[in-house]
Write a protein that binds this ligand. Structure first.
Ligand code: CUK
Ligand code: CA
Length: 428
């Protein structure tokens, strides 16, 4: 889609069959789909553009399929899917982000649901639910060029969303099921779950040193990152955290509380000390601003402000990160800058170039999941709503409502020519 026109320019089939271009029907596309030809559907959530030195390089876009546990790559020079990989030994690839620095060597992908690995034998048919100790899930590193799975890391709890830092060493993921609950209620019992931080250099060293096992027919090295491992640290945060977003200045991981009205700000420069056991996990949390009901995802303007979607309140909360840290330290300062109504139930929001060090604070797109009264009522399923917000000034201004087919999940705003510096508010 074009920004700011919000007009659709191209539609790229990935995991589905598509009549217009013959995707999934022609021999050429079936060759790209490979083993994936047997699936007729997908569930795409998270599109992310490859980076070099913390800036989009415009080479690839990667996207997950939660339904059938896959990761696909789209070549951005031709806007076509060119590789699809099914991730072994896990179920439901959900959170997906890319290594930012020095370049996108790895695609990081969370498998959301713990599955039974009793005696390393995966029989995922619902048996053994009364004995969840045998269940686990894994964090996955995929080689961005070959699209082979490089390694998998066993974790405690489950994995939801993820993001990487600007040193290349750390990746953080949210876990909402620290309880290892087998029912919805059980996953909401604890007041805090956690963010798990992965040390990519330590994982690579463990694989190099042969400290891994393999599972079943898969040859992918599997390392153990459960509590007590040198590969990970677990930072308690409230409650069923969802989105995980790295600030474009490289300073913070921000975990969005979902069932807590807060976001937790984790200082990335404290993580080396945490891995050296010089500080406690909660010592890395430097702020926990209260924002409103149902914080899901946060995006940034590159001027020190964060923009968090509030799913229950149907709002975007704009807040200042350094002021939130001051408030956490006991100073009387209002970190909230503005709340803007959006229509309705926003999941992801995304500001221009926000996942890179080039975040320019010009545009923000919010994907509102349950539109009720914004368009002609063609119900029972109404069009949903992509909203464009101008964030270039002090105040957020809603400038466009656009109907979208169910379910608008996530987006990414890149530059039309990522190899050229961006000037003004022109098309991107
Ligand atoms: S994430 Cu995928 S279902 Cu993109 Cu907010 Cu929750
Ligand atoms: Ca929980």
């Amino acid at each position: 889609m074009g920004i700011p026109s919000m007009r659709e320019l191209m539609r790229i089939p990935v995991f589905n069959q598509e009549g217009a271009t013959g995707w999934g029907i022609t021999n050429e596309s079936r060759r790209v789909l490979g083993d994936s030809v047997k699936f007729l559907n997908g569930d795409t959530h998270h599109p992310h553009i490859s980076m070099t030195d913390g800036s989009y390089d415009g080479k690839y876009l990667f996207i997950n399929d939660k339904a059938n546990t896959r990761v696909a790559r789209i070549r951005l020079d031709i806007m076509k899917t060119d590789k699809i990989t099914t991730i072994p030994n896990v179920q439901a690839i959900h959170g997906l982000r890319l290594q930012k620095v020095p370049h996108t060597k790895y695609v990081f992908a969370n498998a959301e649901f713990p599955i039974p690995h009793h005696d390393d034998d995966i029989v995922n048919d619902g048996r053994g639910m009364e004995n969840p100790e045998g269940y686990y899930t894994m964090f996955n590193g995929i080689d961005a060029e070959s699209m082979e799975v490089a390694w998998q890391v066993i974790v405690d709890g489950n994995l939801d969303n993820t993001d990487a830092d600007y040193t290349g060493r750390f990746v953080a993921s949210t876990c909402y099921n620290s309880e290892k609950g087998m029912t919805l209620q059980d996953t909401m019992r604890a007041e805090r779950d956690w963010v798990v931080v992965f040390d990519v250099e330590a994982i690579e060293a463990a694989v190099e040193a042969g400290e891994f096992k393999t599972l079943g027919d898969s040859e992918v090295p599997v390392v153990d990152g459960r509590k007590g491992s040198k590969l990970t640290r677990y930072i308690p945060v409230p409650k069923n955290p969802h989105g995980l977003n790295t600030s474009p200045d490289g300073k913070y991981f921000i975990a969005n509380g979902k069932l807590s009205p807060t976001c937790s700000i984790i200082a990335i420069d404290k993580l080396p000390e945490l891995f050296d056991d010089a500080i406690e996990p909660r010592d890395t949390v430097v702020g926990e601003p209260e924002l409103g009901l149902g914080p899901l995802h946060t995006t940034f303007d590159g001027r020190g402000n964060a923009y968090t979607t509030l799913f229950i309140d149907s709002q975007i909360a704009k807040w200042n990160i350094e002021d939130a840290i001051s408030a956490y330290n006991g100073e009387e300062v209002n970190y909230l800058r503005q709340k803007l109504d959006v229509h309705y139930q926003p999941g992801h929001n995304h500001a221009s170039l926000t996942e890179t060090k080039d975040a320019d604070g010009k545009w923000l797109v919010v994907l509102s999941k349950f539109s009720k009264d914004r368009f002609l009522p063609v119900g029972p399923l109404r069009p949903e709503n992509d909203q464009l917000i101008d964030i270039s000034g002090e105040e957020m201004k809603l400038v466009h409502d656009g109907p979208a087919f169910a379910e608008p999940h996530d987006c990414i705003l890149g530059a039309r020519r990522p190899d050229q510096p961006q000037e003004g508010l022109g098309p991107r």
